[in-house]
Ligand binder design. Structure first.
Ligand code: IVH
Length: 711
């Protein structure tokens, strides 16, 4: 072993200092300054140095301590059974699962001729671990993990989480220690009570991505209105941790939290009437029967290859999941084998976490540009040194608006944390302050539109700056054309971003009606436009002229008029003229149209140049069938919420949606207790699982048709 040089000692000291600082930011303040992946890297570097130079290990080194710190302000709870952590398989590839299986077989003394080991494969939820204690079936205490031995009593806050039962459902007679293929336990089972005297359930409190986005949106609005002491959250995990450790339960209650159970602590033993289980999987089933949410993606897996398949399948689904996971967890299923395998320091030998690429990474800001949207909204965007995050390479990340960019104080040259989770747009969540090398200038919003030079204004009470150039601004014109041409609007096939750029920059078109005045000559004059493509585009334009009123309305790009509102307007008024001439009061009669939306529609319709555009489009041949005002049309599915998932045999997703909406149903994106039906086709995934979990009625395409037909 080479002796440690003063330089190594220095590095070890520096690493401890850094880790100490970041552990405090993370565990105590719930405000990390660096991504987890970076923390892990520093931690591993220290671990490596200590392994190579054991003489440098000190009792207070961060590597000697597991988990977090106990927060002041909450009563302390000593865990009856310590809350452990899990060893992480560093190998992201399939071999991570294989090396775990090989290790289990070796430690269990199995030879090649022995049968494969059975495992339970679970998701590794990215939230915070909680111990829930039930006495005689009633929730009496909830505690955080803390340092594994002592946690914080957060019972009040946890009680506000709807998914956590306050009282256990009694287990039905047959469920009390169901033993697959084991009859010998029959007698022991006789005395098993429906609810154990003591049951500690462990699981993860987390925040769904949509709840997180909504919460941060609200926080941004509060900050914009000048509220003091409010902040946005870096990621769902920190938002969840912050909510659970919020000293005011009323505030905790406003933060939408969810829960999954995956383990247990102290449980009344069988000899005192407690439940009897042979496997982890049986225990999970009992947890479900007692009333806990257990992830429907939990699977039994036999041998290494089924673990590999699970890791890959979950990896593919990760982006579309409603919550963050940072990996999967494999656990030996047999409780007898778990016992045999035992523990190393604070980790069980029988479980391992197998990770995925991190959803947060560090990179540097090369520039801050301002992007002009369809409605003139100016969005600051950080141009980044390419970074692999959440499974893709990211080069741009939104800074949302001026306030956010200022609050985060992002500057060119800064090292920042970028987050990309699910299909959400990548976001700069924070600057790493200690890495700011030079004095770059603070970002300010330009006073003029970077594209057309018109004045940019931020209206009273708004968070966004807008370019006042309207359709004079080529950026807005381009976005307006793309919006008009998109599939859900006029559906002009082949009119994409590149072509629109070319046509607007080359002054071939200025307004929407110009599209329908294009001739073969004008198109053929564009660079890289083959005759064939020009003809196809003209055919697509011709075809798009026959449309529907909701599509046309949506395509006009009136602020605050999305697809749903366009449909409501068309249904309510029946004709475009009726909408164009409606007063604000009349517009307010439309379901779901509030004052802001009504005002926006009214303003749009009053402007002569907008009326002109509409007239010209009609003159060019754009037409649709008009109907009678709504009252008379029956809406048999009014008030019903329906979720579509998977591929239906005949109907496309859009067609099914249109049919349902025409019948008055609301088509939602995610399944909740309020969902009336889930219509599931081939390859339906998590939404179908969720429906089953919540007991929501599931229909196939035939069932959907029956519902519509009968309706
Ligand atoms: S089991 C005996 N299962 O990961 C092992 N933990 O590093 C105890 N976690 O603190 C944990 N999903 O917060 C287990 N399906 C899962 C998990 C899970 C997330 C978290 C948990 C724990 C940490 C361990």
């Amino acid at each position: 072993m080479p002796a440690a040089t003063p330089r190594i000692q220095e590095r070890v000291d520096a690493l401890r200092e850094l880790l100490h600082h970041h552990a405090y930011r993370y565990y105590v303040l719930d405000e990390p300054e660096i991504p987890d992946a970076e923390y892990d890297r520093l931690f591993r570097e220290l671990q490596d140095l200590e392994a190579r130079h054991p003489e440098l290990v000190t009792a207070d080194s961060p590597t000697r301590r597991v988990g977090g710190k106990v927060l002041e302000g909450f009563a302390k709870v000593r865990h009856k059974v310590p809350m452990l952590s899990i060893r992480t398989e560093t190998d992201i590839e399939a071999s991570g699962a294989r090396s775990f299986d090989a290790r289990m077989r070796r430690e269990l003394g199995l030879s090649e001729s022995d049968p494969p080991v059975e495992y339970v494969a679970e998701l590794k939820f990215d939230g915070l671990a909680i111990n829930l204690r039930y006495e005689h079936g009633v929730l009496v205490q909830a505690a955080t993990r803390g340092d594994g031995e002592i946690g914080e009593d957060v019972t009040q806050n946890i009680r506000t989480i709807g998914q956590i039962p306050l009282r256990l459902n009694p287990l039905p007679e047959g469920e009390r220690g169901k033993q697959e293929g084991s009859l010998s336990r029959g007698r022991e089972r006789a005395g098993v009570r429906a609810v154990p005297d003591v049951l500690e359930v462990r699981g993860e409190v987390y925040m769904r991505r949509d709840d997180f986005e909504r919460l941060n949106e609200q926080q941004r609005e509060k900050i914009a209105r000048g509220a003091k002491g409010e902040k946005t959250f870096v990621n769902p995990r920190n938002a969840a941790a912050g909510a659970v450790r919020q000293l005011d339960p009323a505030i905790a209650h406003q933060r939408p939290l969810s829960f999954f159970a995956y383990g247990w602590g102290e449980v009344t033993p069988p000899e005192r009437g407690g439940p009897v289980f042979d496997t982890h999987f049986q225990f999970l089933q009992a947890l479900r029967a007692w009333g806990f949410p257990v992830s429907p993606r939990t699977r039994l897996a036999t041998g290494a290859e089924e673990l590999v398949a699970y890791h890959q399948a979950v990896g593919r689904e990760r982006d579309s999941m409603p919550f963050d996971i940072d990996g999967v967890v494999y656990k030996v299923n047999s409780l007898a084998l778990q016992k045999k395998l035992g523990f190393v320091t604070r980790e069980p030998r029988w479980a391992v976490a197998h990770k995925y690429p991190a959803q947060e990474q560090m990179t540097t800001v090369e520039a801050i540009d301002v992007y002009v949207g369809r409605t003139g909204k100016l969005t600051p965007v950080a141009r980044l040194a390419p970074v692999f995050v959440g499974g893709v390479t990211v080069t741009n990340a939104t800074l949302h608006n001026e306030d956010e960019a200022r609050r985060k104080d992002v500057r060119v040259g800064d090292t920042v944390i970028v987050r990309r989770a699910g299909d959400v747009i990548p976001e700069v969540v924070a600057v790493v302050p200690e890495k700011r090398l030079h004095k770059a200038r603070q970002f300010t919003m330009p006073s003029h539109c970077p594209v057309c030079g018109a004045e940019a204004v931020r209206e009273e009470g708004e968070v966004d700056y807008r370019c006042t150039g309207g359709l004079f601004c080529s950026a807005q014109r381009k976005q307006a054309l793309l919006h008009f041409a998109q599939r859900r609007a006029m559906d002009i096939e082949g009119l994409g971003e590149k072509l629109v750029d070319q046509m607007v920059d080359g002054n071939v078109i200025r307004t929407l009606p110009d599209l329908y005045r294009l001739g073969l000559n004008a198109l053929a004059s564009l660079e890289r436009m083959a005759d064939k493509s020009a003809q196809n585009l003209l055919a697509a334009l011709e075809e798009s002229k026959h449309t529907t009123l909701p599509r046309f309305l949506f395509g006009l790009g009136i602020r605050h008029v999305g697809e749903a509102t366009a449909k409501d307007l068309a249904r309510h008024f029946g004709s475009l003229d009726a909408i164009m001439d409606a007063s604000v009061e009349e517009l307010l009669e439309v379901p779901d149209v509030g004052p802001v939306v009504a005002e926006s529609i009214h303003t749009f319709c009053k402007q002569p140049h907008n009326r002109e555009v509409v007239e010209q489009l009609r003159a060019c041949g754009v037409h649709w069938e008009e109907g009678a005002p709504a009252e008379r049309a029956p809406k048999p599915l009014a008030g019903k919420t329906i979720v579509l998932t998977g591929t239906l045999p005949l109907l496309s997703r859009d067609e099914a949606k249109d049919l349902l909406e025409a019948a008055g149903a609301k088509v939602a994106g995610s399944v909740s207790k309020k969902t009336d039906y889930v219509v599931a086709g081939a390859e339906a995934g998590s939404k179908l699982d969720k429906a089953r979990e919540l007991g929501v009625a599931v229909l196939d395409e035939e069932g959907l048709r029956a519902l519509l037909g009968g309706a």
